[in-house]
Design a protein. Sequence first.
Length: 94
Amino acid sequence: MASLLILSEESALLVLAIASAPYPADGSEVDSETIDLNALALSWTSDGTSNALIFGSDYNAVASATSGSDEYKGIQTTNSYNPVSLAPGITYYW
């Protein structure tokens, strides 16, 4: 897997790695009757120290997001993220 090197706002070098093994998996459906959507955390494996996370319910907005977009959730230094207020019946992309 390749890593992407970028310069942060503080001009310090960050290593962003490609994530794999996402949970929930691509294409999976989460049953809101058995899983608390407010407690559901996204998780992944990574070979690096941090990952940029982009998350939202609009496919095109997620696909074209930049660090200035609402879908950009920042650099994650752990391999999980809790989006908190998920709604049943909505498709989310990340």
